[in-house]
Design a binder for this molecule. Structure first.
Ligand code: GLN
Length: 450
């Protein structure tokens, strides 16, 4: 019944939202029936027994296509399930389908999807954020209580903030990336969306585990995600004295002030911290490193190994040129060109190497801050959801990541939660950032604040 009602909700809302790239009605109903049968036989239910989940379309599924919202992978079905998909299935979750996103997760609005944008359920004239916009919109619109996305520079936290729900980017190495189509491997991390902290806790318990198939997965005991009574009591929460020059809107500033007051009321001490380099150079550093890694990762789409090859090519070179020329969208091409440029001999030292040094400085800045505080509180994004088409200049769109990107550069966990609404009725998101492996602590704190 639960699966049926979610599918029905999807059927009604999809014409307005377009959050899904693939809806697996038959297999979802079959899995749900299998779960019912297992329960009837008295088998011990997993922590997600019968719970509907949708997955960003860059997470490999052996029984559904995985397109990364790109024409170059249209119709491609992977030969295996990502580790997170195996883990969800093992806990009894029912996968309802795959969600829309920016092509290869490159973007912040889901407008870069080759299959058309997703609309924000709070206002269909606005974007849901991105790149995991479909996963955020699907949960906000009630298609499923849970979804997975991926976050390379903010792609879980920013859409969670735009859609008024929880979204978490775990510590780098906490969740297996095996079967996540790579964008920038040193920054990518899979994480969940949910409407309540309790739901988030359940799915995190299912997916946070060591995986020998991912060489960057950390072999450590799986964390326990418990929600406690007074997670902020006696804790030190860092706030930034100066949020660079990006003036927050009055609504967002009021929401931040409200959260600071709430932290104090719940027994926390507020301490001013500074992250000047992370905020000033983080974006520039990311937009060198992420494209560099992307240009290498995307070299595999040659029209031979994956997806559709161009039919009329007469030589190997023509096959590459035509397949990629028609298969990749403009933002993906822009990133590949930027990445190839910053890695080319002659420019490598000036760009790539310098960016790696800046990344180290950003890490050190966070480490110094976490010697003084337990967690840092700041807005997830500088604005609420913007209108479709409003941020058409790539550079304006890149600026929207200013508060989320430093977290990926430093490999830290970050969680976005709803902190009220703007005067226009749009959700406003706040973000808690903790030291590496403090995932359970920041979830616990966000549950008390959100
Ligand atoms: N908006 C950022 C970008 O375009 C982040 C994307 C992401 O986290 N996948 O790269």
């Amino acid at each position: 019944d639960v699966v049926r009602s979610c599918l029905e909700r999807m059927r009604k809302m999809e014409p307005h939202i377009h959050a899904m790239l693939h809806i697996a009605t038959d297999s979802a109903l079959e899995s749900a029936a299998a779960v019912d049968a297992a329960i009837e036989k008295g088998r011990v239910p997993g922590c997600l027994m019968g719970v509907p989940v949708v997955l960003k379309d860059n997470i490999c599924t052996s029984d559904m296509p995985t397109t990364c919202a790109s024409k170059i992978l249209a119709g491609w079905t992977p030969p295996y399930d990502a580790t997170v998909v195996k883990m969800l299935k093992a806990e009894g979750a029912v996968i309802l389908g795959k969600t829309n996103c920016d092509e290869f997760a490159m973007g912040g609005s889901t407008e870069n999807s080759a299959f058309g944008p997703t609309m924000n359920p709070w206002d269909v004239g606005r974007v849901p954020g991105g790149s995991s916009g479909g996963s955020a919109a699907a949960v906000a619109a009630g298609y499923a209580p849970l979804s997975l996305g991926s976050d390379t520079g903010g792609s879980i936290r920013q859409p969670a903030s735009f859609c008024g729900i929880y979204g978490m980017k775990p510590t780098y190495g906490q969740v297996s990336r095996y079967g996540l189509v790579a964008f920038a491997s040193s920054l990518d991390q899979i994480g969940p969306f949910a409407r309540t902290a309790e739901d988030l806790r359940l799915i995190l318990s299912a997916i946070c585990a060591f995986d020998p198939c991912d060489s960057t997965s950390e072999d450590r005991p799986a964390p326990r995600f418990d929600l406690s009574d007074a997670p902020l009591r006696g804790k030190k929460i860092g706030v930034l004295a100066k949020l660079v020059d990006s003036k927050l809107t009055a609504d967002l500033q009021a929401a931040l002030d409200g959260q600071i007051a709430e932290c104090r009321r719940l027994g926390a001490e507020i301490v001013e911290v500074a992250l000047p380099k992370a905020l000033e150079y983080g974006l520039a550093c990311y937009y060198i490193l992420a494209p560099a890694e992307a240009s290498s990762n995307l070299a595999r789409y040659d029209g031979v190994r994956y997806g559709a090859a161009h039919k009329e090519a007469k030589s190997l070179l023509e096959l590459y040129v035509k397949t990629r020329g028609e298969g990749f969208g403009p933002e993906v091409k822009r990133r590949i060109l930027t990445g190839t440029y910053v890695l080319s001999s002659g420019f490598y030292d000036a760009y790539y190497l310098t960016a790696q040094k800046v990344r180290k400085v950003v890490k050190q800045e966070f480490a110094a801050a976490f010697e003084r505080v337990d967690a840092i509180l700041l807005p997830t994004a500088p604005t609420p959801a913007f209108k479709l088409g409003e941020m058409s200049a790539p550079l304006t769109m890149y600026m929207a990541d200013i508060f989320t990107i430093p977290v990926n550069l430093a490999g830290l966990p970050g969680i976005s939660f709803n902190a009220g609404f703007s005067s226009a009725g749009l959700p406003l998101g706040m973000q808690l950032i903790g030291p590496r492996w403090s995932d359970a602590m920041i979830l616990d704190m966000a549950a008390a604040l959100g």
